[in-house]
Design a protein. Sequence first.
Length: 107
Amino acid sequence: MDTSRISRKADDLKQRAVVALPIKRRPMWRTAMMWFAGGIAIATALGFFFDANRGAARRRMAVDQAMAKGRDVSGWSGRKTRHLRNKAVGTVAEVRSKRSRDVASGG
């Protein structure tokens, strides 16, 4: 490999003008509309949960559902972790078994 050729190519690339790619920006009205819609969604959620009549029950229900999902995820991840650990232990046992057979056979 000719390092002088590579050096010349690197110098050539350094001298090139950098081409700036045009960035397509959203129109201002679309960005404003997204912020407006997000604000309305947040205001609706706050009104829903802090309602004077049923807000406390809704908050308790939301907490109960979140806790149930947490228990589901915890159970799933525990099973997945146990499965992966058992697979790793099995793989290690296979490798050790093959290695001990190779050493015993003199290979």
